[in-house]
Design a protein around this ligand. Structure first.
Ligand code: NAD
Length: 284
């Protein structure tokens, strides 16, 4: 029985982070500093872990970072006022508002208030539109990281059947668009898709971004497919697991990402890359 090769997100992301670090040093020599503001609202433990990882990455790379840890009770208007202040802060090139936000705050309204030039998540409608037409400054962190992981295997995306499971605005939809830009033949599956297994079995490249532990089983995967697992599901025992049954699928795939240690580190590395891009654009 063949065994898939593991795509090590830590190794690939270390390379990206090293490149970004060198870029930051070059910019610093030209008198340009790079800064990221991270805003977190409330006490969601997963959000706290993500925010800490992002701040740690900034420190390692030489990006100045500011954290705004706000109480759950903050009003939408107060958050909008902070975003507006950061939009005008010359030390800050990128603004990231960690989701989820409390229910009384309209997340879309916050995203739309961020200056598109500082929107390092690439969630603002203007950036989403630019990605759609293929003329973009930033790519959304998780899908862009997935493309880097696929390409790190030497796999050519052009002409391949690509199946994305999940159609969220932050992962599924932009993932499909990036694969399309790379000339993949793309199918998007979601909660209403009929015969999910049958569609998935057509995939040379399969990306799962669902949030259902171990949804993708061995019998849903074509022999030698490249499988990217975006899912991050916290189990009752506190462990993390993906959307793909890693053990089973490893027996048929050619390459597979682990959870943790696959897509997660790439998301952070791409955020760092986008913050540097933002600093360059703003220094023009
Ligand atoms: P979401 O809940 O917004 O979207 C999930 C999508 O899955 C929906 O489009 C839904 O239609 C689809 N879906 C749900 N059940 C399905 C089923 N049974 N069959 C087929 N499709 C189904 O989630 P999201 O924000 O896109 O995140 C997806 C997963 O990726 C989550 O586990 C999340 O934690 C993880 N994630 C990881 C990273 C990372 O950096 N590794 C970043 C973002 C999200």
């Amino acid at each position: 029985m063949s065994q898939a090769k593991i795509i090590d997100g830590k190794v690939v992301s270390t390379k990206v982070r090293q490149e970004v670090k060198e870029e930051v040093e070059k910019l610093n020599q030209q008198g340009i500093n790079v800064g990221l503001a991270v805003v977190i609202v409330g006490k969601d433990p997963a959000s706290r872990i993500y925010v800490n990882s992002k701040k740690k990455a900034c420190a390692e790379i030489g990006i100045y970072s500011e954290e705004y840890a706000l109480d759950e009770s903050i009003t939408e208007q107060e958050l909008l006022t902070l975003v507006e202040k950061l939009n005008h802060d010359t030390k800050i090139n990128g603004i990231l508002v960690q989701s989820p936000l409390p229910k009384h705050i309209n997340e879309n309204r916050i995203v739309e208030a961020i200056s598109p030039l500082k929107d390092v998540d690439a969630f603002h409608a203007q950036n989403v539109g630019k990605i759609m037409i293929g003329d973009f400054d930033f790519l959304p962190c998780t899908p862009s990281g997935c493309i880097d992981l696929i390409e790190s295997t030497g796999t050519e995306i052009s002409g391949k059947n690509c199946v994305v499971i999940g159609r969220s605005n932050i992962v599924g939809k932009p993932m499909a668009m990036l694969l399309l830009h790379k000339n993949g033949t793309v199918t998007i599956c979601h909660s209403k898709t009929r015969n999910l297994a049958e569609v998935c079995r057509q995939a040379d490249i399969l990306v799962a971004a669902v949030g259902v532990p171990n949804l993708v089983k061995k019998d849903m995967v074509k022999q030698d497919a490249v499988v990217i697992d975006v899912g991050m599901n916290r189990l009752e025992d506190g462990s993390l697991c993906g959307d793909v049954d890693f053990e089973g699928v490893s027996q048929v795939a050619s390459y597979i990402t682990p959870v943790p240690g696959g897509v997660g580190p790439m998301t952070i590395a791409t955020l760092m890359k986008n913050t540097v891009t933002a600093a360059k654009i703003q220094s023009r």
